[in-house]
Design a protein around this ligand. Structure first.
Ligand SMILES: [Zn+2]
Length: 465
């Protein structure tokens, strides 16, 4: 048996579906006809890096140590003096593997014969089993593409990486392959998710799947191969950028934020992901979370909630989360041994029209699936109670994100938030499933099941096979 997962980073289920219906992606259409195309939920934050933990660990990102693409290490146990911040954008990317909970296994640690391409998480994988931008040509391309904002260059990188993946699968026959193609995401940020170049990027995924299948059919491996196409987050247009750090500075609090994290005597660390979500860490010098109820914090929350850029504002309170939305009031969300709970207090910020008590993880999923925040209850509790999360967590409103400066390519589309356009992703599988897949965390246990390997305890997902 073998499993190949192609991750079309940033692909939305509706865009994929339209392209399939128009006959643009013949290899993927064939896979869909033999298996199925499902829509599942990703995780919060819906951003590359954190949103890979479901596929590779079967776990949501916050509790295993990746609360965001950028975060502040209040405990000062993972990051370095003097700023104690992490940004996986750039040279600290390799810190991901160290930051992850060592007790939560990656699929690479459970399946020796693995191969990965452009995987942010690679713990357990020998160097020789990693495909990156390793050739001189592609490294040069990656650098020039990044700094010149050359969007078409990203698709050339995808083609290079795809060639390497196809060849390595044919030659080495790995049991498990995880390969990320990032063209859809890069093009979406720069040109919009509806741009024709997104279809070009999807065609590269289609062509890669076709070649992997052809090779497997030729040497008799196809019948025992699971070939799945997934995505880690969606996308939605951005019209306005809130300069969150500048906003908080203007309110009279000194901030630290990337790329200028070495500020003097900062009070608030502003850590943006995707760019439609952010963690705010208050009282930066303190080693443990400041107590709630500080008057300045209350004023900051009020100021943020008045901004049109902020859709949901979440504050961890003990083992619960209080969720606020402008004009929709606040509710309390928590998880205990009876299950998940959503209690409306001054309003119904998630728009569920009811309280929810003692819901199983699946019932909490069902209760939110048709709302604007699919899987919102489970995702909010998991992130808000993660030890590395901020004291204020923001999810951006539609049309907005939280970074106005320092992006090498302009962002006219973003992700990271909790709303549907960012949280729903496609899961295309080449075999019928035993039950409807729900979340991207279901992919890892399903892959292990398909490989005949034991599924470890403590995962957030369940096999759909
Ligand atoms: Zn992105």
């Amino acid at each position: 048996m073998s499993v190949v997962i192609l991750l079309a980073d940033g692909a939305r289920p509706d865009s994929l579906d339209v392209a399939l219906q128009r006959g643009e992606l013949p290899a993927l259409a064939r896979l869909r006809d033999e298996g199925g195309l499902h829509v599942v939920t990703s995780c919060f934050p819906s951003v590359t890096g954190p949103a890979y933990t479901p596929f590779l660990m079967g776990r949501f990102p916050g509790p295993v140590g990746l609360p965001g693409l950028r975060w502040f290490d209040r405990a000062r146990t993972a990051c370095r003096f003097p700023d104690y911040t992490r940004s996986y954008v750039g040279y600290q990317m390799s810190a991901v593997d160290r930051d992850l909970d060592p007790d939560a296994p990656t699929i690479f640690e459970l399946c020796d014969e693995s191969l990965a391409a452009l995987s942010v998480i690679s713990r357990g994988l020998d160097k020789g089993r990693r495909i990156g931008a390793i050739t001189a040509r592609s490294a040069f391309r990656a650098a020039t593409t990044h700094f010149r904002g050359n969007v078409a260059g990203w698709l050339d990188i995808d083609r290079d990486v795809a060639d390497q993946i196809v060849e390595r699968i044919r030659k080495d026959r790995p049991a498990f392959t995880f390969a990320a193609l990032t063209g859809v995401d890069k093009v979406s940020h720069a040109r919009g998710h509806a741009s024709a170049m997104v279809l070009d990027a999807l065609r590269i995924v289609d062509n890669t799947a076709a070649r992997i299948r052809d090779d497997a059919e030729q040497d008799g491996r196809w019948k025992a191969m699971s070939l799945w196409i997934v995505s880690d987050h969606g996308h939605s247009p951005v019209v306005h950028h809130e300069d969150l750090a500048a906003l908080i500075e203007a309110a009279g609090m000194r901030t630290m934020s990337h790329p200028w994290v070495y500020n003097i005597a900062p009070e608030v660390a502003v850590m943006v992901s995707g760019n439609a979500m952010a963690h705010l860490y208050l009282e930066v010098p303190a080693r443990s979370r400041p107590a709630a109820g500080d008057g300045r914090v209350g004023a900051l929350i009020e100021m943020l909630l008045a901004r049109p850029s902020v859709d949901l504002l979440i504050t961890p309170v003990d083992a619960a989360a209080v969720v606020y939305a402008r004009q929709r009031g606040a509710a309390r969300i928590w998880h205990d041994d009876r299950g998940y709970h959503y209690r409306r207090e001054s309003g119904d910020p998630l728009g569920l029209l009811t309280d929810i008590s003692c819901a199983s993880m699946n019932a909490a999923y069902g209760a939110t699936l048709e709302s604007d925040y699919p899987d919102g209850i489970v995702q909010i509790v998991n992130l808000a109670t993660a030890p590395r999360s901020g004291e204020i967590i923001l999810s951006a409103a539609r049309d907005w994100d939280f970074r106005a400066r320092y992006e090498p390519i302009p962002h006219i589309s973003s992700h990271g938030a909790l709303h549907r356009e960012h949280m729903l992703v496609p899961l295309l599988v080449n075999q019928p499933v035993k039950r409807e897949p729900r979340r991207t965390v279901d992919v890892m246990p399903s892959a292990l099941t398909s490989l005949g390997l034991p599924v470890p305890d403590g995962l957030d997902g369940e096999s759909f096979l």
